[in-house]
Structures are given as structure tokens and as C-alpha cells.
Design a protein around this ligand. Structure first.
Ligand SMILES: Cc1cc2nc3c(=O)[nH]c(=O)nc-3n(C[C@H](O)[C@H](O)[C@H](O)COP(=O)(O)O)c2cc1C
Length: 213
């Protein structure tokens, strides 16, 4: 179909159905609270499959997905809980104000928070070639991450992209069997069916566009 025909065909569709991709982009929100229940494996595979159609220079397909199993999740949750305590104990002012009971509570809440994420996927990108290749592969994997989030959204699955401390530790690489010399973990995706969808505003786009002559 010619571009002209395609354009007039699109214009004949009611406005609210005309741009489903834009509608998904605008309505997508980061999800922090999930209903119990993991994302079924077939749905997760479909969502991740959408990610691999993302643009990638020289077709390096640099993305790798590590789906975290229940046992591994519990080990990570223990460490996540320690990190929450360390955030307090590493800050002299906060440490002075916190007693043992408070720290134990913080640890417990951290464990609960981490285990409340129904499905967790670590997304990493290959670390191959020169700096330019690494930059492009990182960017391509970020494109895949957004497409995964949108494909999830389309299926009612929400996500939070996390770059928290636990995603960066060598311990995490070792636990997940990811060689940190070969791959870089861009983040974890905490996923599930949303219990709550936050609302956000954006500044008008004309504040962010620069037009040159
Ligand atoms: C690269 C990247 C890293 C992020 N890391 C975190 C994170 O560590 N913790 C968190 O709560 N949200 C994280 N987010 C989610 C953002 O906070 C979220 O996208 C932002 O609040 C805007 O909300 P929205 O996604 O609903 O539009 C991250 C998002 C991106 C793109």
C-alpha cells in the first residue's frame, strides 16, 4: 500500500483507535504494587519475544534475559533485606537513631517487598567489541526493555524497571550465572498483574524541543 493510501486509511479510523501504539505508550505506567501470582510462562515468553524485535545496530542481538526462579528469588530477597539495613547503618546519623528492633523491622520489610514481586527478570546486554559497539548494544537493549514493557502492558502485565544496588552486585551476577566480563545487567524487571496504577504528568513537549533553521 502506498504511503498516501495508508495515511488516508489511517485517517478513516476513529481517532481513539487510530494510534494504538501511541495510546499504549501514553497509558503505560511503572507498576510497583502487584496482585499475587506470577506472569504465566507462555505470556512471559511472548512479552520477551516482542523485545527481540527491537532495533539493534549490525544485528548484534545483544539482549539476554534471566528469569529468576523461586529459590533464587529467596536468596536475592535475603540480600535485598541486608541492603536496606546497610543503607541505614552506613549513614552515621541514621545509624545513631536506629535501634536493633528498627533495623530488624527494616530488614523484614525489605524481604517482604522483594518477595512481593511476582516475576523477576534480569535484563543484560553483551559487552563485546569497542566502546561504540558497547554503547550501541546498551542502547539497543534499552529499546528492547521498553518494548518488553509495552508488550506487557498490552497484555495487562505491569513492570518496574529497577537499577537498585542489588542489580549491580557481583554476588548477583554469580547467583544468576552471568559472567560480568561478558554481560552487563542493565536492570531487573519486577513484573506482574498491577494492583495499583500510578498517575503521572509530563511537561509540555514544546519545552523539550529545539528547532534549528
Ligand atoms: C533506566 C531506568 C532506571 C530505573 N530505575 C528505577 C529504580 O531503580 N527504582 C524505581 O523505583 N524506578 C526506577 N525506574 C522507573 C522510573 O522511576 C519511572 O519510569 C518514572 O518514575 C516515570 O514513571 P512512569 O514509568 O510511570 O512514566 C527506572 C526507569 C528507567 C528508565
Amino acid at each position: 500500500m502506498s504511503q498516501e493510501n495508508l495515511t488516508s486509511e489511517i485517517r478513516s479510523v476513529p481517532t481513539d483507535q487510530r494510534y494504538p501504539v501511541t495510546a499504549a505508550i501514553r497509558s503505560r505506567r511503572t507498576i510497583f504494587q502487584f496482585k499475587p501470582g506470577a506472569v504465566p510462562r507462555d505470556v512471559l515468553e511472548e512479552i520477551l519475544e516482542a523485545g527481540i524485535w527491537s532495533p539493534n545496530h549490525h544485528l548484534t542481538e545483544p539482549w539476554r534475559f534471566t528469569v529468576i526462579g523461586e529459590e533464587t528469588k529467596l536468596t536475592l530477597a535475603e540480600r535485598y533485606s541486608e541492603i536496606q539495613i546497610e543503607k541505614i547503618t552506613s549513614n552515621p546519623k541514621a545509624a545513631a537513631a536506629a535501634d536493633e528492633e528498627t533495623l530488624a523491622k527494616v530488614g523484614e520489610q525489605g524481604f517482604k517487598k522483594f518477595t512481593s514481586k511476582p516475576t523477576i527478570v534480569a535484563v543484560s546486554c553483551l559487552q563485546e567489541g569497542d566502546d561504540q559497539r558497547k554503547r550501541e548494544d546498551y542502547a539497543a537493549t534499552c529499546c528492547a526493555m521498553l518494548n518488553i514493557q509495552l508488550a506487557g502492558w498490552e497484555r495487562g502485565v505491569g513492570m518496574q524497571w529497577s537499577t537498585g544496588a542489588i542489580t549491580m552486585e557481583q554476588n548477583t551476577y554469580d547467583l544468576l550465572g552471568i559472567d560480568s566480563g561478558q554481560e552487563y545487567i542493565i536492570g531487573f524487571y519486577y513484573m506482574g498483574y498491577p494492583a495499583e496504577v500510578p498517575t503521572h504528568e509530563r511537561k509540555p513537549v514544546d519545552e523539550q524541543i529545539r528547532w534549528t533553521s
